[in-house]
Write a protein that binds this ligand. Structure first.
Ligand code: URA
Length: 184
């Protein structure tokens, strides 16, 4: 584990730990407040993110920003990262070998940010962080505490684009995050 952001960022620059490097335009490392109490973990970059090198800047990200505004979460105050830092082709789910190869970077990010709360966006984030036995449909909206960090699994914002009815759950989950954040 690297003790500084500089070392960590340097270490990922030319990453070829999995096959996703072959197709990437940019590594999407993560963005936001490096001392945030609240962190969000998504799945992996899409086309817009790959092009811009920043997480959640495409359609799903815009929807997430709107939800943030509704519950008064400031995007610049949180830290946002993904399970994999390079775009899986055609936006398929990251495969296990890809997620595993990338996991040390995310662990290192969490170690450096030291968040109190982590929101897990969707099934890929949930399963890779809390375990394969979790399913997003039953886990969402329920706190899980591990090693002093509180995890809130919720829908991935892209799921809200496909199914409008999930928006209300997403807002509810973010409200509960906001309440917890004010308490700690
Ligand atoms: N979906 C994700 O999971 N992450 C992003 O950064 C963008 C879309």
């Amino acid at each position: 584990m690297y003790q500084t952001w500089e070392e960590l960022e340097e270490s990922i620059k030319d990453c070829q730990k999995c096959k996703l490097y072959k197709m990437r335009q940019n590594i999407v490392f993560g963005t936001g407040n490096k001392n945030a109490k609240l962190m969000f973990i998504g799945e992996g970059p899409g086309a817009d993110e790959d092009r811009q090198g920043e997480p959640f800047v495409g359609r799903a990200g815009k929807l997430m920003n709107m939800a943030f505004e509704m519950v008064e979460i400031k995007r610049e105050e949180v830290y946002i990262a993904n399970i994999v830092k390079c775009r899986p082709p055609g936006n398929r789910n990251p495969e296990d070998d890809e997620a595993n190869a990338c996991m040390d970077y995310l662990r290192n990010q969490v170690m450096l940010v030291k968040p109190k709360i982590i929101v897990l966006l969707g099934s890929v984030a949930l399963k890779n962080i809390l375990g394969k036995e979790y399913g997003i449909t039953s886990a969402r909206g329920k706190w899980v505490e591990r090693k002093g960090i509180k995890y809130m699994p919720t829908w991935h914002p892209a799921a809200l684009l496909r199914d409008e009815s999930k928006k209300i759950d997403f807002i509810k989950d973010l409200m509960s995050v906001q309440e917890e954040l004010e308490r700690i």
